[in-house]
Design a protein around this ligand. Structure first.
Ligand code: NAG
Ligand code: NAG
Ligand code: NAG
Ligand code: NAG
Ligand code: NAG
Ligand code: NAG
Ligand code: NAG
Ligand code: NAG
Ligand code: FE2
Length: 463
């Protein structure tokens, strides 16, 4: 039998006084553990755990050591030829359409053939293509085809560029609640990423929403291709709705224009919400109004984004979408030591928090900090029943590793925090209830480490 100590849990739950005592005892324990690897020390191990547990100082949980980051997987699908569709991903467009995006090395038809049975493509739509240059890199042909109208909650089979070698399928989201969102930020493309993606794939999710930092290509453009290959099995089956993070900027001396690869490869339905930029937009799905904000574009009160947001929130019909969810990259609330005081967090919060509060937004998902944290409902740094629940879900598995250092004492408004890879699931059951679960990626297993029920503001007469 093995009992290990969840250090982060302890550290986040101890007062300063306890902390010093604990730190001494734990150091002694660790010291002994190193020097006496014998049966006797096993006994002592249990004795220590027993003493700590009975003192109520220590909370023993199932074994888990915070893991190290893993290197990028550079994954290229080798069985493809130069006109094979690759890196297929889909995103919702309007109420009942779907955008299909893919890439080929050499030009092929910009056509999606689709239908509701495998191999039977009753409908066909043409779209457009584009490509981009970045330094000496020349992208493949990038395809953009919007298909529909489609039936809700229905599986469609499709092929791209009329290529019969690869048939894909997707399920459209439901028209009404319930809906299950998978949420993961700062994804990257390591073995941890793949492991988190496997957990998401095994969940019964309808749509993935991602608060920024996708590929960690960091100007190496073929890493965008490799990321596209890695996520294709999921992103070709369910809509992936994303917003940008700092890793999407990729502005350099030799390529000053920001977001070139991101905008070309991950085009989102911004026109449909009257936005003029792929960096912020909104859409309705089932009973949820989802707003994707841009932390790395202008957000002050004169900015296009601010004016757009004000208009967008102004016309939300709560009888149609009782829930409002916002995603952005740099968190406005954060008690991790990482990324404190950044302009995109502090100034964007100062500019836009009032708008979100007045609109009674329910939840804000952020990334950037490579850890998980959940706050109570807050407004202006204070607990407030009509405020917003802020959740940082900032590490799907990227190569930079976890943000393990926290500010002490834990602020009262912060209810749960831990550094781990993982993803979340936001299951909106009906107009009043939603279940949030945090799935820690623990040694490649998905473990629910935090969960809570949320009530919508629209169901609370006091808000
Ligand atoms: C690629 O494969 C497809 C399907 O097998 C085939 O129709 C096409 O001719 C091939 N293209 C090239 C350039 O080899
Ligand atoms: C596509 O182009 C890239 C870069 O030139 C090359 O490495 C890759 O082998 C090509 N793939 C196919 C399937 O032609
Ligand atoms: C799509 O484009 C192809 C080639 O230009 C054309 O033959 C076909 O009729 C078009 N299909 C539709 C549905 O417009
Ligand atoms: C698919 O084709 C059928 C028959 O032509 C048509 O009735 C239907 O509206 C089409 N659906 C879409 C989504 O274009
Ligand atoms: C990702 O995980 C799946 C399932 O374990 C595995 O089959 C696949 O090879 C992995 N992908 C990569 C690129 O390692
Ligand atoms: C977009 O703008 C048009 C014209 O001002 C307006 O009628 C429509 O409601 C707006 N739609 C959205 C989703 O904001
Ligand atoms: C936020 O709280 C501070 C003091 O805690 C107060 O001075 C300020 O006016 C508040 N701002 C808003 C917009 O309510
Ligand atoms: C909404 O869902 C919750 C949780 O499943 C359930 O307890 C509640 O009765 C539901 N409300 C309605 C109106 O169906
Ligand atoms: Fe980031």
């Amino acid at each position: 039998m093995k009992v290990k100590i969840n250090l982060t849990y302890i550290l986040t739950h101890l007062s300063k006084h306890h902390f010093i005592v604990f730190h001494f005892l734990y150091s002694l324990y660790a010291y002994l553990n190193v020097y006496f690897i014998t049966m006797a020390i096993q006994g002592l191990h249990f004795l220590f755990v027993f003493i700590f547990t009975s003192l109520g100082i220590l909370h023993t949980v199932s074994s888990y050591n915070r893991p190290l980051p893993r290197k990028d997987i550079i994954y290229l699908a080798e069985d493809l030829n130069s006109t094979s569709p690759q890196q297929v991903h889909i995103s919702v467009y309007g109420e009942d359409e779907m955008r299909i995006s893919w890439i080929t090395n050499n030009s092929a038809p910009a056509t999606v053939d689709y239908g509701t049975s495998p191999g039977v493509y009753t409908n066909s739509t043409n779209g457009s293509t584009s490509s981009y240059n970045y330094g000496s890199y020349q992208s493949g042909e990038i395809y953009d085809v919007v298909i529909g109208p489609l039936q809700p909650n229905t599986i469609y089979y499709y092929r791209c560029s009329s290529n019969s070698d690869r048939e894909f399928n997707f399920k459209t989201p439901p028209a009404q609640l319930p809906i299950n969102f998978a949420v993961s930020g700062d994804l990257g493309q390591t073995d941890w990423t793949n492991s988190t993606l496997n957990h998401i794939s095994n969940s019964n999710y309808d749509m993935l929403i991602l608060p920024g930092d996708l590929s960690y290509a960091d100007t190496e453009q073929d890493r965008w291709d490799s990321f596209g290959h890695l996520v294709e099995p999921l992103a070709s089956q369910r809509p992936w709705m994303v917003t940008q993070g700092n890793h999407e900027i990729e502005s350099t001396s030799y390529h000053p224009e920001p977001f070139t690869a991101y905008n070309a490869r991950w085009r989102m339905p911004f026109e449909d919400s009257n936005s003029t930029s792929n960096l912020y937009y909104s859409f309705d799905v089932a009973g949820v109004h989802v707003v994707m904000l841009g932390s790395y574009t202008d957000f002050d009160s004169n900015s296009d984004q601010y004016i757009w947001l004000q208009a967008d929130l102004g016309i939300v019909d709560r009888s149609k979408t009782p829930w409002i969810v916002v995603l952005l990259h740099a968190p406005w609330y954060n008690s991790n030591k990482a990324h404190q005081g950044e302009y995109q967090s502090v100034d964007m919060k100062a500019s836009m928090e009032g708008l979100l509060y007045q609109a009674r937004v329910d939840v804000v998902f952020a990334g950037h900090v490579h850890a998980y944290e959940r706050f109570t409902r807050v407004y202006n740094d204070t607990a407030d029943n009509c405020g917003l629940v802020y959740i940082t879900i900032g590490d799907g598995g990227n190569r930079e590793g976890l943000a393990t250092k926290y500010i002490y004492p834990q602020p009262e408004i912060s209810l749960f925090r831990e550094a781990s890879f993982g993803h979340g699931q936001f299951e909106v059951m009906n107009a009043t209830h939603a279940l949030w679960t945090w799935h820690r990626n623990e040694d490649d297993e998905s473990v629910v480490a935090d969960s809570t029920w949320l009530m919508s503001h629209s169901s609370d007469p006091d808000c």
